[in-house]
Write a protein that binds this ligand. Structure first.
Ligand code: OGA
Ligand code: NI
Length: 349
């Protein structure tokens, strides 16, 4: 029975025609998305900042600093990723998820180990939590020693080449953004990149099938990302939300934009000047939704700690040093629950 549950894909449930949400996917009342209340709150708020990195956008550093301080998330335009590539990545992902189940299961991840590469559905190793209404494909893309395209889908035929080009393009953009973020903190441009060390990059394509009772479920539970920075693209279906001053705010889908989400290690390095964004994905009854998140993480043996230049009398040391591997283990075994994991590093004064 448990083995069957472990390999269950949400898309398979939907294709079998479930009319009601199976109990494992029902969120407790306090975590449900309140779809009707959310839309009016979003309309008032305007959404996360959209920043133009192109030559006509002026100097983006100040806008980036403000967005990191106030939101921990923003969207960028004219970001230097090859025009057309974002659409190719989305088309590649949806073509995989539209494929036959048996073909997809050839690339199934190992359900017993967290963050294993491949086609899966469950984010956490623990067995007792509410499940997300999401299937995904996780690719290990950097450093190149972890990159083994034979573990990635071979349909459509361009799949593996597109992933490699996207991985390289997004690495460059992430480095550019980390430079700008470092400078906006008054640190040397390479500070955060050097604090993170060699980049461990994973690319996760998430597929959120239509949900029979979207007001009872979440596509992805509330969390902050555990690494340094996440760059995400989405199709034209709404669903990603960022928590701001206690309200969930919709991230408007913009086809040419890349969504930038600050993750926990950048919050630690900035000594809490910048916050990692708490975010989640909601689902809807009619349209499947696709997103592609690229995570820029430290190596598990890396120690992460606040930049001493940012520790002053007015802003004393806020976080304990952490071995990144320990942080990851705790995240996967306890679950994200908003920002509980980073809160465990807080130093009390
Ligand atoms: C993630 C994530 C949001 C989305 O994969 O960490 O937050 O919209 N995804 O898929
Ligand atoms: Ni996330």
């Amino acid at each position: 029975m448990e083995a069957a549950a472990e390999t269950q894909r949400v898309q398979t449930l939907v294709e079998a025609g479930v009319a009601h949400l199976p109990p494992r996917y029902v969120q407790p009342p306090e975590l449900r998305p309140h779809l009707s209340r959310r839309s009016s709150a979003t309309a008032d708020c305007g959404g996360i900042p959209v920043i133009d990195l192109g030559p006509s956008g002026g100097d983006p550093a100040a806008a980036i600093g403000r967005a990191c301080r106030e939101w921990g998330a923003f969207q960028v335009l004219n970001h230097g990723v090859r025009p057309g590539l974002l659409e190719e990545v989305r088309a590649m992902g949806s073509s995989f998820f539209r494929g036959p189940t048996e073909a997809k299961l050839r690339f199934a991840c190992d359900p017993r180990s967290p963050a294993s590469e491949g086609y899966g559905s469950r984010m956490l190793a623990k067995d007792d939590g509410v499940l997300d209404w999401r299937d995904y494909f996780d690719h290990h893309t950097l450093p190149e020693s972890r990159r083994n395209p034979s573990r990635w889908p071979d349909f459509p035929s361009s799949y593996r080449d597109v992933v490699i080009e996207y991985s390289n393009n997004i690495k460059k953009l992430a480095q550019t953004l980390l430079c700008m973020i470092s400078q906006s903190l008054g640190l040397p441009p390479l500070y955060i990149e050097e604090a993170v060390g060699e980049v461990y990059q994973n690319i996760t394509i998430s597929y959120y099938p239509p949900c029979p009772q979207p007001d009872l479920a979440l596509g992805l539970q509330s969390h902050s990302d555990m690494g340094a920075i996440t760059l995400l693209i989405q199709d034209d279906v709404e669903g990603l939300e960022v928590l701001k001053d206690g309200e969930w705010v919709q991230v408007q889908p913009l086809s040419d934009a890349v969504v930038v989400i600050l993750a926990d290690q950048t919050e630690v390095i900035s000594n809490g000047e910048y916050k990692s964004a708490v975010h989640r994905a909601v689902v809807n009854a009619h349209d499947p939704r696709l997103s592609v998140a690229t995570f820029y993480d430290p190596c598990k043996t890396r120690k992460i700690y606040p930049a001493m230049q940012l520790v002053t009398k007015q802003s004393p040391l806020k976080y304990r040093e952490v071995l990144y591997g320990d942080y990851v283990s705790s995240w996967y075994s306890k679950g994200p629950e908003g920002k509980r994991n980073i809160d465990a590093l807080l130093i009390s004064h």
